[in-house]
Design a protein around this ligand. Structure first.
Ligand code: FES
Ligand code: FES
Length: 229
């Protein structure tokens, strides 16, 4: 799944590995924050959303009942997650990401785009990094899954986790677990030989906060100073 071309992000004006920019705050740019009366179109949108929500609530019982009747039978799935065997009964349509977050309570792996575009949900399956939102748990029956929770040894952080802190590799932190998992894999794959190579092979992991320089420094540091990551 990695690396990917984050075209839709760059087209949307969001920071990417190629454009590690952060928007300047209004106090720096001198651009005043929007003020004044709310645009009528926004009022219309909010009113429409409220009406839609009410309609959804009214129709939900019937829809939920229909969905219960058509739901497929649960299937048994066993995953070895962070070294521990976990046996589950799952709807076969459950993504690996939802299995980790909703069924196993491992919320370190983040759901952001849920469509394979951002890398926030990156985990390792049998040592290979994948976007867990794009795959079903049943497809990994019997396989080993490592999440960000599985990198540390008790209270001792993994070198990549420590490097992200040392190099200021995050701001809001939402992309961070995916970046860390991808950074570790990037080194193990032999794709961290230069700054350009790291940027290329981390390009499937996007950061809305634009912390790319810190992330790059962290991966470089671990590559150069920690053997056998
Ligand atoms: S949440 Fe999976 S790639 Fe964005
Ligand atoms: S998205 Fe906020 S730190 Fe990356």
């Amino acid at each position: 799944m990695n690396p990917k071309e984050p075209d839709q992000y760059s087209q949307a004006g969001l920071p990417t590995w190629e454009q590690p920019v952060r928007p300047e705050p209004a106090s720096v740019t001198g651009t005043p924050a929007p003020s004044g009366p709310v645009d009528p179109s926004r009022r219309t949108f909010v009113a429409g959303s409220a009406a839609l929500g009410a309609a959804t609530l009214l129709t939900r019982p019937a829809a939920a009942q229909a969905s219960d009747e058509t739901a497929p039978a649960l299937v048994a799935v066993t995953l070895r997650v962070n070294g521990v065997a976990r046996s589950l009964q799952l709807d076969p349509r459950t993504s690996l990401l939802d299995t980790l977050r909703e069924h196993l309570g491992l919320t370190g792996t983040k759901k952001t785009c849920n469509q394979g575009a951002c890398g926030a949900c990156t985990v390792h399956v049998d040592g290979v990094r994948i976007n867990s939102c794009l795959t079903l748990a049943v497809m990994h029956d019997g396989q080993a899954v490592t999440t960000v929770e599985g990198l540390s040894q008790g209270d001792a952080l993994h070198p990549m986790q420590a490097a992200f802190i040392a190099h200021d590799g995050f701001q809001c932190g939402y992309c961070t677990s995916g970046q860390i998992m991808s950074g570790v894999a990037c080194i193990r794959e032999g794709h961290a030989g230069s700054e350009a190579e790291i940027r290329e092979w981390m390009s499937g992991n996007l950061c809305r906060c634009g912390c790319y320089n810190g992330i790059l420094a962290a991966v470089k540091d671990v590559k150069e100073n920690h053997a056998g990551v």
